[in-house]
Design a protein around this ligand. Sequence first.
Ligand code: COA
Length: 425
Amino acid sequence: MVQRRRKLGRGVAVIGGGMSRFGTFPEKLGRDLMVEAYTEALQTVGKGMDPKDIEALYIGNFTSDSFEDQGHLGHIIADTLGLAPRPATRVEGACASSGVAFREGIMAIASGMYDIVLVGGLEKMSLLGTEHVQDALGLAADVPMERDDAGYTFPGLYATMASAYMARYGSTREHLMHVTVKNHQNGSLNPKAQFNVTLRETMEQRKKRNAQRGEPVPNWRDEFDFLMDPGPNPLVAWPLYLFDCSPVSDGASCIILASEEIARNFTDDVVTVAATAQASAGPFSTWGGDITSIPSARVAARQAYEMAGVTPKDINLAEVHDCFTAAEIIAIEDLGFFEPGKGAFAAAEGQTTRDSDRPVNISGGLKAKGHPVGATGTAQVLEVWNQLRGKAGPRQLTGRDLRLGLTHNVGGTGGTTVIHILERK
Ligand code: COA
């Protein structure tokens, strides 16, 4: 295959963005959540904008067909947001759907076709029980091979990767727990997060609940003792327990993109797209015998760094796809932040916390912020955009110069990986 350095036909900037709260909202449809995200997005455009200037929509969604019994989502969202008859395209890349939608929007502007587009994603998962949610998510695997023949669920697929990693590199469950503790800590600073509390606070809530019910009140020493307790933290698929998993979530997020030439008409805080990269892979059996690293993530990461002309060391913060704790460990290695086999140990040493040199998942990640699968990619972009502009509220990183932020969004177990690097000008 010919290797060439990719570049955009013209610069693209983020000028607005918003998200609904992530959680479970029985009374709301997915489209209602997108209205919340879009309303916020318009309010964040520094100098204001007329929604009529939006020329097209790219809407990420994995499977509203299964979750909400609604297909053909693009035009529904265009109509609901008052943007019909503009062209609206539904984009599907499993849990990377809105990461791919973001990329499609970038390319539409870079090509010169449009000057301003809305990109986003949504998923309304909680109408189904967990068992049916897992059936629907299983559509993101290679269905005949991985779901039907091998009987995998998504926790099962990631558990297989996690146990392979532990066997190869000698890490333990405790290393994974550090990811849980960190991401819940970060989520506690994010008012839009599904789990907006630290694990300490969760422990206190559980104690209070037991006391109210007249049940024995546990005396956990610390978060790790709590996570070792199979009562509150039952096994899902070894070595992944409840608190190693992202939850079932409802939510929406969106971003307004404009060509760099006109971005200053809308904002003085210009943040541009320094790189967009996407790669594909087949099921585990095609990975050459190693499932401790995601091939499409390594390829997309290399292409993204090349396109931006930077190295992993230059990245100031990253939002990565921690659908399970082990996935965050693998992500930080695939992105080149740590060498293969070192990520678990680095996480346990605190090298990815918000006080570290290169914080990972300051938003709370998928683990604590929630993972309405189609909404995750643009929610990651939103966090990075807000952090780069100093507008992340109580969780804003301070005392450092933030210039480059990265997002890493994975569909399935890496059938699709899409990586973006944003740059503050
Ligand atoms: N982390 C922490 N707590 C969680 C949680 C999670 N991921 N998911 C649910 N909980 C809590 C709930 O808040 C609830 O707490 P409460 O008793 O205090 O109200 C309790 O656990 C039970 O919730 P429930 O929804 O009944 O859990 P469940 O056993 O049906 O489902 C999982 C738990 C982990 C199996 C489910 O969330 C899941 O399938 N997650 C993975 C989703 C996924 O695969 N996404 C795609 C990744 S590629």
